[in-house]
Design a protein around this ligand. Structure first.
Ligand code: SIN
Length: 298
């Protein structure tokens, strides 16, 4: 695949077609395995930040190529659930319903419920990349919502109220203590003592400023958010519900429909997302995921 000089923008070597008025763009006819030789990293990431998410169709990268593309975007995380890392490229975390020799090749149920990736880390994920190696013909859309738009739409009184507030994010709570999350997602407590130790609870601001654009967005994490610091649980829950409702307003969302071979990259600092289900008896789904380390949210 190649892209003609005429079709190239002055900074990134591909054209972006908007997916909606709120966020997202799609790219056809560009081979991501050539990215590092034709584009500056900062230009590429600026485009991701400007759009919130980009989907590149028809990629079909090998695991090595997907790893290289991800490393081009920054330093990669190794997922705490090491049983789902890809052996040949361990930075790749596998999501899949496929079972081989009696063993799941990836996490069969991940990404359900609205969230921002790895907000439970001190330096949460800045960018996530997914590669749809096998995707169902129907279902399994990934939903996205803009936390930046949502913040912009809050009334000034609410903005002033949440200014300076912080919230506790906890992976251990999500996987072992959050009964709603566990019931809705069929999750059993599967953390070893060593895995728990890697993910102590962290505190992040409820409103964060983007390090590249300087714009503000809500930072809600998802099911790992335990409560707002210094607030009683009920009051904290009510405020969090109001903020979640602002982010998840239907006009603020898009549904990404997968095509096999798609690569999607998004900015976790300005978006939330959620996986949706599909007919697991009928279809196979195999997704590779990498996570690019971000900065401490401020
Ligand atoms: C994720 O939350 O990273 C995965 C989303 C999906 O599988 O659709």
């Amino acid at each position: 695949m190649s892209v003609s000089a005429k079709a190239c923008s002055s900074v990134v070597p591909f054209d972006i077609r908007p997916l909606s008025d709120v966020m997202g763009g799609e790219v056809e006819g560009f081979d991501l395995s050539t990215l590092s030789s034709v584009c500056e990293r900062t230009d590429f990431l600026s485009e991701v930040c400007r759009n919130g998410l980009l989907v590149f169709h028809d990629q079909n990268l090998s695991a090595q190529q997907f790893g290289e593309l991800s490393r081009f975007c920054g330093e990669l995380e190794f997922h705490v659930l090491d049983q789902y890392r890809l052996e040949e490229v361990p930075e790749i975390y596998v999501i899949s319903n496929i079972v081989e020799n009696g063993k799941s090749v990836g996490n069969p149920k991940d990404g359900f419920g609205w969230h921002t990736d790895q907000s439970y880390l001190h330096r949460p994920t800045a960018y996530t990349l997914l590669h749809g190696v096998e995707t169902p013909a129907e279902g399994a859309d990934t939903l996205f919502a803009s936390t930046e738009e949502a913040y912009g739409q809050l009334d000034p009184e609410l903005k002033a109220r949440i200014d300076g507030m912080k919230a506790v994010h906890s992976y251990v709570y999500m996987r072992t203590g959050n009964a709603d999350y566990m019931r809705d997602n069929g999750v059993k407590s599967e953390l070893t003592a060593a895995q728990r130790e890697q993910v102590p609870d962290v505190v992040h601001p409820l409103v964060r400023t983007h390090p590249l654009t300087g714009r503000k967005s809500l930072y809600l994490g998802g099911d790992c958010i335990v409560r707002i610091e210094g607030m009683e649980y009920e009051e904290s829950r009510a405020l969090l519900d109001t903020l979640f409702a602002a982010v998840l307003a239907p006009a603020n969302q898009i549904a990404l429909k997968w095509r096999p071979g798609d690569v999607v990259i998004w900015d976790n600092r300005t978006t939330m997302h959620s996986a949706t289900d599909y007919d697991r008896e009928r279809y196979r789904r195999l997704i590779w995921r990498t996570s690019v380390k971000g900065e401490v949210p401020t």
